[in-house]
Structure formats: structure tokens, C-alpha cells
Design a protein around this ligand. Sequence first.
Ligand code: UDP
Ligand code: MG
Length: 384
Amino acid sequence: MTNQAAGTEIFTNDIVESIRSGDVGKMNNHGEVMDSRKTERTEETEDMNETRESVNGQKEGRDIPVLYLVVPCYNEEEVIEKSAQVLGDKMRRLAQAGRIAAGSKVMFVNDGSKDDTLRLLHRTAAQDTLFSVVSLAGNYGHQSAILAGMMTARQYADAVVTIDADLQQDIEALDKFLECYMAGSEVVYGVRNDRHSDGAFKKGTATIYYNLMHLLGSNVITNHADYRLMSRKALDALAEYKETNLFLRGLIPTMGFPSDVVYFDVKAREAGHSKYTLSKMVTLATDGITSMSTRPLRMISALGFVVFVFSFIMCIISLVDWAMGNNVPGYTTTMIVSLLIGGVTLLSLGIIGEYVGKIYMETKHRPRYIIDTFVWKEDPADKD
Ligand code: UDP
Ligand code: MG
């Protein structure tokens, strides 16, 4: 009832009983949180929103939100304790300043880490109810980890901000995110000011990538990398997108909610090294293009047409040559034509293959992630 939309995508094999009090948001194996308190709260808030919006047809300002920070972590043992401390501090300051409501949390998503990350996360969550841990059964990748976190968090939160575990993204920008939310934005995109903390390779490839994406018709926001606030309304809408090949950065702008942009500085990684290997980066880049646009397919048709015209002209030239008795050996021409056509055919097949592969994966309707364990405890102070 709380969440029909997550229905087929979360499977919980096991629930880590809360380390101290056993106060864990229980999920059945359809990922529905079976926590009656939450259900009531959700319904109440929705009713309130409805009334507020229907009184004069527009939003009259919002309540201070229950905010969840969703933090994907893959082999982050070097940085995770520092992150928990910095993010936790910020959340406490925001709560003290009355900018976020009681019950706000930092939700770590362990994306199948092979190092000590999960143990450290569980220890952190055992010490402080501010922290919650969703642990995935394997390494599903950054995008799926974020999705798992958002889909879990939306059952508790009014707004969710996704942020990397390495503290590269300036957490102080949260104030501006919240201002935009309070002003009525359903989605707020964090956009980095510049790329001075990146190497020349990353900077260069990123520029080419964003240009290519725009050329191919995908409306990604340049220099926005999943540091983003989404309201529960936007998350509920996102839950309706069932595609396996989910490219959040391209998809969310297409939903069309009122949105805003917040600029922030990017710092160097606090500790550890980038978990985005070259192959993960290439996968994300191709996914970004092929799951957002079919323009490459149309470009193949255009290319096919050009090659067809070219071949037709070549045929006429050859026939005329033959009729006039100019039977030159023509080795170069033959080579060029066959290589060109062979190359174009293979390239086209490759691109079509990418799309066929995508269709294949989509038809399987596999879950996009599997949650292995979940730790969530209510702060005793919030109970009443
Ligand atoms: N990450 C993840 N799964 C992966 C790879 C990365 O959850 O398979 C997380 C990682 O722990 C970090 C975030 O995604 O919190 C961004 O990764 P990273 O900082 O390594 O990427 P970069 O900033 O170098 O692009
Ligand atoms: Mg990083």
C-alpha cells in the first residue's frame, strides 16, 4: 500500500535485525515496507498536501521535509567513516537549524563491496540511529545502487538527496538544495562549477561525452553527476519507469517536474581511489546514449542512404567505362568500395546489435537490484 510501484524490483532475502532494539522497517519480498506507523504518516502527509494544493490551486509553501541522504558505497573502506562523520554532522546542523524534520537520515547503500565497507557501515549504524544501511546482494553499479537507495528511502522521506561517498561533492550545497525544495522544486540538480580536480583525461572525455549526448538528442544536464534532490512526488514518478537500462541523469530531466539547479565545487577525493574503471565509464556512456535516444539508428539509415547513392554512381561510372572500352584494372577503386561498404556494414550491425542487446535485457524483466540486508532504526526521541 505504501509502495505498489517498487513491487517487482526489490527482493529482500534477509533482514538484519536491528542491532540494539530490533526496530527495523520490515520489508516483505516485494519490497513493501510493512511499517504501519510509516503508512499512516505517508497518508497523512499526502492528504495535507492535497488540501493545501486544492485550496487555491497552487502550492502554498511546504513543510520542513524529512530528508534522506542516499550514499552509494563500493569498496570505500578508506573514506566511509570520515564520510559518515561529515554527513552526520551536516544533518545534525540542518536539524538544529530547523531546516530538516526529525527522522531525517543518512542511508548508505553498500553496492556489493568486497572490502570492509559493510562491517564499518553496520558499526556506524549500530552507534547512531541517524544512519541506515541498505546492502545489495552484489555489485550492481552506481546507477542501480542509487536507485535502490532512492526507492527504499522514498518510503520514509519527503525528499531524498543522492551524494557520493567520497565527499567530492560539497555537502554545504545542501542548504541551497533545501531552499529550492522549499520554493517548490520537485527535482534539484547539483552542477559542478568546474573540473579542476579532474585529470586531463577525465576532463577531455567528459566534454566530448556531453557534446555527443546533446548531439544525439539526450537532454542530460552538463556537469551534473547524480548529486541531486528529488521530492517524494518525483521519486514516486521515477518508480513508474520499469526499464532495466536505467540512465538516471538522462531520464529524470525528461519527467518534466519543476526543477532547479544548484552549483557546487568539486573537491579531490577524500581518500581511496575512483571506483569508476574505464570499462564502467564506457558502459555508462553507451548506456546513456542507447537508453535515451534512437538517433544512432536513424544515423545508420542516413549513412546507408549516402553509401547507396555513392555505390549507384560508382556502378554508372563503371558501366560507362566498360561501354567505352576503358577496361582499366581498377584495383584501388574495387578495394575502396569493398572496404568502405564492409566497414559501414559492420559498424551499423554493431550499433543495431547494441539496441538488440538492450531489448533482450529489457524483455527479461530482471530485478534491477536485490537487497540483501536492511538496517533502519527509529530514533527513540522521534517516537512520540
Ligand atoms: N560506486 C558504486 N558502485 C560502483 C562504482 C561506484 O556504488 O560500482 C559509488 C562509489 O562508492 C562512490 C560513487 O559511486 O560513492 C561514485 O564513484 P567514484 O567516486 O569512484 O566515481 P568518480 O567520482 O571517480 O567518477
Ligand atoms: Mg568520486
